[in-house]
Design a protein around this ligand. Structure first.
Ligand SMILES: NC(=O)c1ccc[n+]([C@@H]2O[C@H](COP(=O)([O-])OP(=O)(O)OC[C@H]3O[C@@H](n4cnc5c(N)ncnc54)[C@H](O)[C@@H]3O)[C@@H](O)[C@H]2O)c1
Length: 358
């Protein structure tokens, strides 16, 4: 297929964003930290010198991230090994954009553009930063980075949206150690406000700083992960919870519906306002200690996928995509669940904005 371009208006000047693009994030930093967008050197033009971003793999995460970059004024090159993904990209990106226009508001900057790259070489030759959004497989990610040798020579930056694979190992095996940073976007990436920025053991601090500035420039909140541990911060927390949720179902303590109901309508309800550690302080640490003394030994400490999960996957009950998982999606509406999730995120973002304005 041939490369195609569609753009909103004129591209921003080389090296940065259009003058009307806000440099301040929509959200406040935690107390004691500088306001996002007010740190020294946070002028995106000088801090990142990134104008064009090559997104490799335009599935769920790549498409959502591409939309964020384009709406912040960047030139986005899109490539996927699957031609069908390229052929359908425009429709998917336009749909995401019009959803954002309707539910969130207009883009923060003009001048962003997409270009479909029929060949990875276009990204290798041109992108100031290449983003890995392909399948969660170390060998294939390393292969992808190895095929961007020209970009390495040009000292372009590399980021990966791996859910938790080692950044240090990925960098070492691909020869990108000094240019590679983990950027763990959350799903749906066009809405979720936070990105974990993970430094590999050999990533220089200034490279991490440039990536932090990039993430701020698209209006997201970067959180620095100082040590490259599997799952970073968020997926360690989330999968500890998900392991226990599966364990409760597997051991017959409650149905999937009731486990989900408890999570959504108890601690889930307050999670946006107070994080777990702050919440523990509110409760009182003496009580937490007393509960841990009898409870922790009874929680799942499985170090491999639980039997219930193995059984479902074995039967190809993979969730919405195959019609069945913990729930029967032939009678439930997966699209409605995603729409409900996305509308709720938008409302919660408005609540975060309210906290910021207070
Ligand atoms: N889906 C999530 O909730 C989520 C959240 C955070 C991070 N991630 C991570 O983001 C990455 C992408 O996940 P996704 O959910 O977007 O996957 P996806 O399956 O939706 O998209 C992956 C895309 O990469 C392409 N691809 C696969 N292998 C390739 C290769 N070797 N070369 C080029 N293109 C290739 C596929 O054609 C597909 O279009 C993974 O590392 C995943 O762990 C996913």
């Amino acid at each position: 297929m041939s490369a195609a371009v569609w753009r909103e208006s004129e591209p921003p000047r080389r090296g940065g964003r259009t003058p009307d693009a806000p440099l301040k994030s929509r959200f406040k930093s935690p107390p004691g930290l500088p306001e996002i967008g007010e740190e020294e050197g946070d002028d995106v033009d000088s801090a990142t010198s990134i104008r064009s971003i090559g997104v490799c793999g335009i599935g769920q995460m790549g498409s959502g991230a591409a939309v964020c970059y384009k709406r912040a004024g960047y030139r986005v090159l899109l490539w996927d090994q699957d031609e069908r993904k390229l052929d359908s990209a425009r429709g998917r990106l336009d749909a995401l954009e019009s959803w954002l226009d309707d539910h969130v508001g207009p883009p923060s900057a003009s001048g962003g553009e997409y270009r479909l790259a029929a060949d990875l070489r276009e990204i290798d030759d041109e992108a100031d930063l290449a983003m890995d959004c392909i399948v969660e497989d170390m060998d294939r990610k390393v292969q992808l980075l190895l095929s961007l040798a020209g970009a390495v020579r040009r000292k372009a930056l590399f980021i990966t949206t791996t859910s938790g694979l080692g950044i240090t190992r990925m960098g070492r095996e691909s020869g990108t150690s000094e240019l590679l940073v983990g950027t763990h976007f959350w799903n749906p990436p066009h809405l979720m406000p936070l990105v974990e920025v993970v430094r590999g053991e050999n990533t220089p601090a200034e490279v991490v700083d440039r990536v932090v500035a990039l993430i701020e420039s698209i209006g997201k909140i970067p959180v620095r992960v100082n040590r490259d541990v599997p799952g970073f911060i968020g997926n360690r927390l989330l999968h500890a919870l998900w392991r226990e949720a599966i364990h409760l179902v597997q051991t017959g303590v409650a149905s999937p519906e009731d486990v989900d109901r408890v999570a959504r309508l108890t601690f889930g309800l307050r999670a946006l306002a107070v994080g777990p550690l702050e919440n523990m302080d509110l409760v009182g640490l003496d009580l937490i200690k007393r509960i841990h003394e009898y409870l922790l030994a009874d929680l799942s400490a499985a170090s491999a996928p639980l039997e219930e999960l193995e059984r479902l996957v074995e039967r190809q009950d993979l969730g919405v995509k195959t019609g069945k998982g913990f729930y029967d999606w032939r009678v439930r509406d997966g699209k409605e669940a995603i729409d409900r999730r996305d509308r709720q995120i938008v409302r919660q973002l408005a609540f975060l904005k309210e906290l910021e304005d207070r």
